[in-house]
Design a protein around this ligand. Structure first.
Ligand code: ATP
Ligand code: MG
Length: 401
């Protein structure tokens, strides 16, 4: 006997009513795509659960990958048996014996198949008794067991599991549309991208760079960050915007206190234009209220003026320490702290206004007349597509519905 399946629970998805099928198909497709490197495994849907059939593959690297897939609430190694009491007893015993050094246990039966002849309570007792008789040193503790042997009796078969691993939670990437992530080389924006993906959103990225003031290595940093983010979703297209001319013009011709505001307005204008071109309906940033002087309410008010696209700011309520903790968890932190400067850190005005006014920002922008330069930057965007390591070409999701 061996653990031959991984049982996937998707919690939140159960609430999605008639959209549920779409969510489930996307989740199944995302799991398949992440597990491409294991050609023997298959991914099946069954009422309320998903199963990875291992076909002899080592489950542990597969479970590690599953822990990064949004939409998975929790997962467990499982043994599949026929709906037969003797077989179920054997599987429960195997699960307990392989649960590690656990002293106390309880059995929890879920009888989804109401046709199964033994009722839930009775089955709990029969299996508990069987485990006590056939092991030594184990005790039952129904309130705080070290391990729960879960037995799900379903129409087609019974699945027996022991330990439960926490999944990434959230919604399957690809079920909530697409957002354009403004990706700098800093700590915050990759975390913002990750959190947006957690809500099921696919992302493309935009990065503003100012060669030769910013180096190739700063650009590479952004590519490496995007590569880390693909672990949680699909491939990511990065739009690299040449920003040197615009930035120089803005910093020469705008009163010092407003150059930052006008520059950020230019970034949002370009981002919105990319959204229009790509059919993307929102922009995501790593902005966080009050973290730095440029991120005040007044500053957001003055910058946001140029677009009525929804701006997702998933970090808005977070403390820096929380953001850093997530960036370490998702392995972007070490890349973000590489010392190569982005365009915003190089062109920093001496004294940026912490409380810029919309009207003044508009006025200085009009004085600049930078529309042609914005268009030129848009015309010279370079795109890079960062593929997910494990994923190959995505199956068409619509075709499956
Ligand atoms: P981060 O750590 O993400 O760089 P930050 O704390 O440095 O953020 P700001 O410099 O005020 O904050 O930038 C706010 C947001 O603007 C960033 O989180 C990012 O979404 C966007 N942004 C800033 N610089 C760039 C850039 N060069 N390219 C693309 N987006 C940028
Ligand atoms: Mg930054």
């Amino acid at each position: 006997m061996e653990f031959d399946h991984i049982l996937i629970r998707y919690g939140e998805l159960a609430l999605k009513g008639k959209n549920q099928k779409k969510f489930l198909i996307q989740l199944q497709q995302n799991i398949r795509s992440k597990l491409k490197q294991f050609p023997n495994v298959s991914v099946k849907r069954s009422q309320g659960r998903m199963f990875i059939v291992l076909h002899g593959e080592n489950p542990y690297p597969i479970m590690d990958i599953c822990k990064t897939i949004f939409g998975i609430h929790s997962l467990s190694l499982a043994i599949k048996t026929p709906n037969d009491l003797t077989e179920i007893k054997n599987a429960a015993l195997y699960a307990l014996q392989n649960a590690g050094n656990k002293e106390t246990f309880k059995v929890s039966v879920k009888r989804i198949n109401k046709g199964f002849p033994v009722h839930t309570m009775e089955l709990n007792q029969i299996l508990g008794g069987h485990l006590l008789t056939n092991t030594s040193g184990h005790k039952v503790d129904v309130h705080h067991p070290d391990v729960t042997i879960k037995v799900e009796i379903r129409a087609e078969a019974t699945y027996v599991t022991s330990s439960v691993l926490e999944g990434a939670g959230g919604l399957p990437v690809g079920t909530s549309g697409k957002s354009l992530l403004m990706l700098s080389g800093g700590i915050d924006s990759p975390v913002a991208g990750y959190l947006t993906m957690k809500r099921g959103v696919d992302i493309e990225a935009v990065h503003f760079h100012s060669p030769p003031f910013t180096s190739e290595r700063a650009k590479q940093k952004v590519i490496d960050l995007a590569e880390k983010l693909t672990a949680f979703g699909h491939k990511i297209k990065i739009h690299m915007v040449p920003f040197t001319k615009l930035q120089q013009k803005i910093f020469q011709d705008t009163p010092n206190g407003y150059s930052m505001t006008v520059m950020r307005r230019a970034m949002f204008r370009i981002s919105e234009a990319i959204c229009r071109r790509e059919g993307i309906l929102s922009i995501t940033t790593g902005e966080n209220l009050g973290q730095v002087a440029s991120q005040t309410m007044e500053s957001m008010h003055a910058i946001n003026d140029v677009t009525n696209y929804p701006i997702l700011r998933p970090l808005i309520s977070m403390d820096k320490q929380e953001i850093i903790r997530i960036s370490k968890d998702i392995a972007t932190y070490d890349i973000s702290i590489r010392p190569y400067e982005d365009c915003c850190t190089i062109f920093v005005p001496k004294a940026p206004k912490t409380k810029p006014k919309r009207d003044r920002a508009r006025y200085y922008e009009e004085q600049l007349g930078y529309d042609d330069m914005i268009q030129e930057a848009l015309n010279h965007i370079e795109t890079v597509v960062i593929e997910n390591n494990a994923a190959e070409k995505q199956d068409s999701f619509d075709g499956l519905l």
